[in-house]
Design a protein around this ligand. Structure first.
Ligand SMILES: Cc1cc2nc3c(=O)[nH]c(=O)nc-3n(C[C@H](O)[C@H](O)[C@H](O)COP(=O)(O)OP(=O)(O)OC[C@H]3O[C@@H](n4cnc5c(N)ncnc54)[C@H](O)[C@@H]3O)c2cc1C
Length: 421
């Protein structure tokens, strides 16, 4: 397919690109949306473990607190299109939503796939032409303005399309199998833009030691404290996944951004795990003493199983070097203390983090200094816009990253169409 001339070319049909394309088309622009994969929004289809945490119902200011490194940058984008707007837009195409714990919004069907298909349906209903398997390879700039985009279809035929505006919505570098392979950074750099260091964020971390378990194990109501150069930096309470390499799961992901940046700086990073955060050291000690008084003939492993999931109970006695069948009445004071210490304060050195293949988002990207927050337009090249994860913006888990994509996409689509008039 060859379209000699359109108003706006949008590169990348993820949530940011679909919103940008649909809004520009709704405002009267002739829009071509290029998607390099065989179908749009592949990453969106696997979000939220296949359920898609669409956005978060938190009020504006609390929402901004979750965004890094410059929450102020998204103020205009959020003013133009916020959490209630995406809920309404999805409802208009038959995708109803529900609110869950932590004010997180999900599709009522529980299927991320429905959200992806809903956004595609919406964009097409506004008149967007989508070409799949179409990979943008270069953007031509003349007299300080974009003039055309070159792209290949199925990695073969080269096409050129003239345009007045280009919206780059190619996503970040994480989960490259979904199509987000970082092409946008090269395209942006070729247009003279600065890319801040790219770092995987919302990612599992590797530790020394690790728990030797048969399978991954999910723990609820535990806490992790982050130490950087020996100083307490942050802590999180909630669910944690113990893995063969270290830690993953909600509280680990929430701390991971700070960890990855600290590791990149060469800082010493440690984690303290508290398996009983609701109880002080003293209370855990008293609990053990009560058990010894009440059940002096039971084995240590039975005590451990009262305090921990079965697999972890075996790991505890093994690591502490206490015979599993030793009866409680024979436990020494120092063994009791070592159990309290193990439950309350295990220390792990962080040795690394998981790769781009497993990171949920990319921290770093197109420098915000070179993009106008009122329009998402480049300050260097007229008619060039940046949206979504490609920008140096990222957020915590909870639906915030997708909202950045919709809102920046919507604002860029509005302004790209406006610039034609
Ligand atoms: C496993 C996982 C779960 C997640 N869960 C959630 C969640 O529940 N809630 C949440 O808020 N966030 C979640 N995220 C993050 C969220 O998915 C991303 O922040 C969001 O998809 C970014 O949107 P985007 O449109 O900027 O980029 P992407 O969704 O990455 O889309 C970019 C698109 O551009 C295309 N593309 C790239 N290069 C080219 C090119 N040269 N030519 C043409 N097309 C190109 C890609 O194929 C892709 O389709 C999750 C991420 C992952 C990996």
């Amino acid at each position: 397919m060859f379209l000699p001339s359109v108003d706006v070319v949008v590169v990348g049909a993820g949530p940011a690109g679909l919103l940008a394309a649909g809004k520009a088309a709704a405002d009267g622009a002739k829009v071509l949306l290029l998607e390099k994969m065989e179908k749009p929004a592949r990453k969106l289809r696997i979000t939220g473990k296949g359920r898609c945490n669409i956005t978060n119902a938190k009020p504006y200011l609390e929402f901004l607190d979750e965004i890094h490194p410059e929450p102020r940058f998204v103020r205009d984008a959020f003013n133009s299109f916020f959490n209630n707007d995406i809920v309404e837009l999805l409802s208009s195409v038959g995708v109803e939503t529900v609110q869950e714990r932590g004010m997180r919004i999900f599709p009522a069907s529980g299927k991320a796939w429905d959200v992806a298909e809903g956004l595609i349906k919406w964009a097409k209903s506004k008149g967007v032409t989508i070409i799949n398997r179409a990979s943008a390879t270069s953007i031509s700039v003349s007299n300080g303005r974009v003039v055309w985009v070159d792209y290949t279809v199925s990695s073969k035929d080269l096409h050129r399309v003239n345009c007045s505006a280009v919206i780059l919505a190619t996503g970040g570098k994480s989960y490259p199998a979904t199509g987000s392979t970082g092409d946008g950074y090269t395209l942006a750099r070729d247009c003279g833009h600065t890319i801040t260091p790219l770092i995987p964020s919302l990612v599992g971390v590797e530790t020394n030691p690790v728990f030797h378990l048969k399978d991954e194990l999910n723990l609820k109501n535990v806490s992790l404290t982050l130490l950087v150069e020996g100083k307490q930096n942050d802590d999180e309470f909630g669910e944690l996944e113990l893995t063969a390499y270290g830690f993953n799961g909600p509280i680990m992901l929430r701390l991971s951004r700070k960890i990855v940046f600290a590791l990149a700086k060469g800082s010493k990073v440690e984690l303290l795990l508290d398996l009983k955060p609701a109880l002080s050291h003293q209370k855990v000690g008293n609990r053990i003493l009560r058990e010894i008084d009440k059940n002096p003939r039971i084995a240590v492993i039975d005590l451990a199983r009262k305090l921990l999931p079965k697999d972890l109970a075996f790991v505890m006695v093994d690591q502490l070097g206490i015979a599993a069948q030793k009866v409680l009445s024979r436990l020494s004071t120092s063994e009791c203390n070592s159990i309290v210490q193990w439950l309350k304060e295990q220390r792990f050195e962080v040795t690394g983090h998981r790769s781009w293949n497993e990171a949920i988002v990319t921290a770093g990207g197109v420098s915000l200094k070179e993009v106008n927050p009122k329009s998402m337009e480049s300050k260097l090249v007229g008619g060039l816009f940046f949206v979504g994860e490609l920008l140096n913006l990222d957020a915590s888990t909870g639906g915030y990253n997708l909202q950045i994509a919709y809102s920046t996409g919507w604002l860029a689509g509005t302004k790209a169409a406006e610039s034609l008039r």
